[in-house]
Design a protein around this ligand. Sequence first.
Ligand code: PLP
Ligand code: COI
Length: 361
Amino acid sequence: MSANLTFDISRNPNPMPPAERQKALEHLGFGTLFSDHMAIIEWDAATGWHSARVAARRPFEIDPAAAVLHYGQEIFEGMKAYRNGEGQLVLFRPEENARRFNASAERMAMPPIPEALFLEAVEQLVRVDADWVPAGEGASLYLRPFMFASEAFLGVRPSQKYIFSVIACPVGPYFSGGAKPITVWVTEDYSRAARGGTGAAKCGGNYAASLAAQARAYEEGCAQVVFLDAAEQKWIEELGGMNIFFVFDDNRIVTPELGTILPGITRQSLLTLAREEGLEVSERPYAFADWKADSESGRLREVFACGTAAVVASIGEAKFEGGSLRMGNGAIGPVTERLHHKLTGIQRGTEADTHGWVRVV
Ligand code: PLP
Ligand code: COI
């Protein structure tokens, strides 16, 4: 039944006035400005997916006993719609988000959503809120598909009711310093994910668990946390909201292998682009001790983080309890710059999309 759902589209009767919206789109940060509409699809055990609609953005009404409020059964995705040079609205590898959403759903004992339905919800919202897709360089419409357990029930078992929704947020740079290299805090106190845990799933709980470390990072003047593995506190895993890459003086690139980290779509895309550039890429464990030693010896030339929200962010400095490491001369390195340029070029339509990664809405 769910594959053939028709979306009911009802326009927001009180959208933001065009002049006000235009003004808001000229000063974009990240995550505070929202479009006029939202997509919603509901699921219950008896009916499956039903009641697909796009409607005015408004608060949910949920029962105080809704399972998500107690046990955190929630997953989400992050993707962007871009306006390319020809004025078309495009998405970047949205099928990968649909696939990862379902992998997260499976890990969190939630119902999978047919990929076509996920994509249609996203595309319907982008069409209805097309005027909210900003055109400036580095600006895009960030899309946040998410699903939460809405059944009112306090026993600990998978919910029998869920709400899937998509909201949209015009965004500029994720970091307030724009493209300037960021400073990161390497935490040796907190872990993000352990084997058998939920590290590879995009569930809210992972981010809730990262916040104490993130608060410490802010206190230390850092923009993001680098997490080490939970078992040995030795191996670099990823940042709170991004994957990480290391570039060496012989043009080798290393990024931690999958397992307890989020399988980033940007990570995967950059691995492909780097290989095409003739760089030798390996997905393998990399120890924090080696990061220190390779910085000191000068073998490590560039470090960068990547993800949908932050795109490619050069890491200029890493701080940790009792010390810090500076990367290169503090400027964005040439490999980071090249990969960033190539990726955003494909997303914006100024570079050939040889992999079929771009989907016109
Ligand atoms: N790692 C974490 C923990 C994230 O939250 C994200 C962002 O989605 C990423 C990595 C990067 O993933 P992607 O490139 O698919 O956005
Ligand atoms: C994304 O990059 O889409 C994320 O979900 C990361 C989040 C920290 C904004």
